[in-house]
Design a protein around this ligand. Structure first.
Ligand code: NAP
Length: 343
């Protein structure tokens, strides 16, 4: 089969298409003939070695849709050990769900991991209630554009999206967000409070960290919640020191990493605020919850209330270039990989 293989950590050029043997299946796993897989920000960190400890050579890719070999059913799978950038993947049955008739593979791929993350951030960690205000960082991105739509579908108001360019901010308001703000605004905390009616933001979903997370924290309303999904390592963080995502207990964090924001118990007490984290990998081991989330997201998509906006669909040999585009903050919505396309 063809796969985009990573032999050693490096830049986007480190991903090379090779002919490799099909994966073998272990107990509780099935082979999937992949149609589409997706690119996640985590893939970039794994490729570059920012997250250390990945056994090499490997095939990256944390999600894939296609047909299960054993029964020909259309399925979508989360791939905790990667493997999605390939024509065939061995997927854990426990992390695989059937794609309902009427839902295309692009939506299934976009919704399962990134939609599931948006759901977990807003509802499981953020405990969002209808009528509360929500702000989302990287709101034009894969997770972010779904978080904006999901917040609206859940009755949040107002919904505020942060995005770095005017074009991205237009995209965010076209999704239905009430306000789109520039995360680089030096008065970001004030802008957030104003946008939320002056009282502050009830739920701030952040995947950027650093100054954006600090502004979000400062802009929380009493009883507001900051939900952390991740952070971009600061410019001073040496490569290899970003702890592997989702390990439990969490790994150590380099104190020089400016992406990480420290919060004191005094801040929590005096602001009557809360901080929560969410990592999708803690959902996948709860099969009932995973299926419930997928059902809910797929149903919202069927009702037209949740749309995966595809920025681009690349072939396997273009995965490196797509990584570069995501790293350059040049994508909006979901980036997909059509693993069958050869040109
Ligand atoms: N906790 C979880 O379970 C979970 C699951 C999936 C993803 N995530 C996290 O959620 C975030 C979004 O992931 P995604 O796959 O949907 O990616 P994405 O949002 O499509 O792309 C990343 C976006 O982050 C923003 N950004 C801010 N600072 C950046 C920087 N220094 N370099 C690159 N981008 C920067 C950019 O938006 P602007 O240009 O608009 O600022 C960029 O478009 C990532 O941090 C990822 O690790 C967490």
């Amino acid at each position: 089969m063809r796969a985009a293989v990573l032999r050693r950590p490096g830049g986007p050029e480190a991903l090379r298409v090779e002919h490799v043997p099909e994966p073998s299946v272990g107990p509780g796993e099935s082979l999937i003939d992949v149609s589409l897989s997706g690119i996640n920000f985590d893939d970039l960190e794994q490729r570059s070695g920012t997250q250390p400890g990945l056994p090499l050579p490997t095939v990256l890719g944390l999600e894939a849709a296609g047909r299960r070999r054993t029964d020909g059913r259309r399925v979508v799978a989360l791939l905790r050990r990667g493997g999605g950038y390939a024509e065939v993947v061995a997927a854990r049955d426990a992390y695989t769900v059937e794609i309902p008739a009427g839902l295309d593979d692009a939506h299934a791929v976009g919704l399962f991991e990134q939609g599931g993350t948006a759901y977990g951030a807003l509802l499981l960690a953020g405990r969002l209630r209808a009528g509360e205000s929500v702000a989302v960082s990287a709101a034009a991105g894969g997770v972010g554009h779904l978080a904006v739509q999901l917040a609206l579908a859940l009755g949040a108001s107002p919904v505020i999206g942060l995005a770095s360019t005017p074009a991205k901010r237009r995209f965010v308001t076209a999704l239905g967000a009430d306000v789109a703000l520039d995360p680089a605004d030096p008065e970001l905390a004030d802008r957030l409070r104003e946008a939320a009616g002056g009282i502050g933001v009830d739920v701030f979903v952040d995947s950027v960290g650093g100054a954006v997370a600090s502004a979000g924290l400062a802009a929380l309303a009493p009883f507001g919640r900051l939900v952390c999904l991740g952070w971009r390592p600061g410019p001073d963080a040496p490569a290899g020191t970003h702890p592997p995502a989702g390990t439990h207990p969490p790994g150590p964090v380099d104190p020089a990493d400016a992406g990480v924001v420290a919060v004191t118990t005094a801040q929590l007490a005096h602001g009557s605020i809360g901080c929560a984290g969410f990592w999708m990998r803690h959902v996948v081991d709860h099969r009932d919850l995973l299926c419930r989330i997928a059902d809910r997201l797929f149903a919202l998509a069927a009702q037209g209330r949740l749309t995966v906006h595809v920025d681009r669909t690349v072939a396997l040999h273009e995965v490196g270039a797509a990584h570069a585009a995501v790293a350059a903050r040049a994508t909006t919505g979901k980036v997909l990989v059509d693993v069958r396309r050869e040109v």
